[in-house]
Design a protein around this ligand. Structure first.
Ligand SMILES: [Zn+2]
Length: 198
């Protein structure tokens, strides 16, 4: 559900892209159960990003099953699990470790990492999950990044360093929009991880 919402938003993009982070949060469905339209949205080993380059502004949305990032998808309870979450969060909050821009200099202006599905919640009583086996629980890690580049027109490519940070990401799809051009690129663990905008 939230993935489809994002795709729609992505298509009408430029003007509305900023709403994504605010909106999709409320529709916290287990979208992997939804079927045909979203079949690629939650596959272990698979992750994806949408990259939007609008003038000098670059927005990157990242979405991956939690398993690829921390090795599990239920709410962390042991110290080891909590550490895995906080370690991954600090990596995801360091854009320099995740993306390398070529052609122009880009500086992160906003970083928003959502790992709430992995953290114990104080507000809701999660009976739903309590009755489930841990292996049956699925969740995603999402992050939203905004950058300002010196000259967006000169931005040639972005290297997805995050593939090296998270070996659990075996296949990674990047959909991008740059002005009136767009493309899609599949990256693989151990590869060069570079997305060219042409
Ligand atoms: Zn899962």
């Amino acid at each position: 559900m939230k993935f489809r919402g994002f795709i729609l938003t992505f298509m009408v993009l430029t003007a509305y892209s900023i709403n994504v982070a605010a909106n999709h949060h409320e529709e916290n469905d287990h979208h992997h159960e939804e079927g045909h339209e979203t079949q690629e949205a939650h596959l272990h080993g698979y992750g994806e990003s949408n990259v939007v380059i609008d003038g000098n502004d670059v927005e990157i949305h990242f979405d991956s099953p939690s398993a690829n990032i921390v090795g599990f998808e239920y709410k962390a309870s042991t110290q080891k699990e909590m550490q895995a979450v906080s370690r991954a969060k600090s990596t995801l909050e360091t854009p320099d470790k995740l993306f390398s821009f070529k052609g122009t200099k880009c500086v992160a202006t906003e970083v928003n990492v959502d790992m709430s599905a992995l953290l114990p919640s104080e507000h809701e009583e999660d009976h739903h999950h309590d009755t489930k086996e841990k292996a049956d629980i699925h969740s995603d890690v999402e992050a939203e990044y905004k950058f300002t580049c010196k000259d967006g027109k000169k931005l040639k490519s972005i290297k997805m360093l995050l593939l090296d940070e998270f070996p659990g990401l075996e296949t990674f799809k990047v959909d991008w929009v740059k002005g009136n051009k767009q493309g899609s690129k599949k990256l693989f663990a151990g590869g060069f991880g570079r997305v060219k905008f042409k």
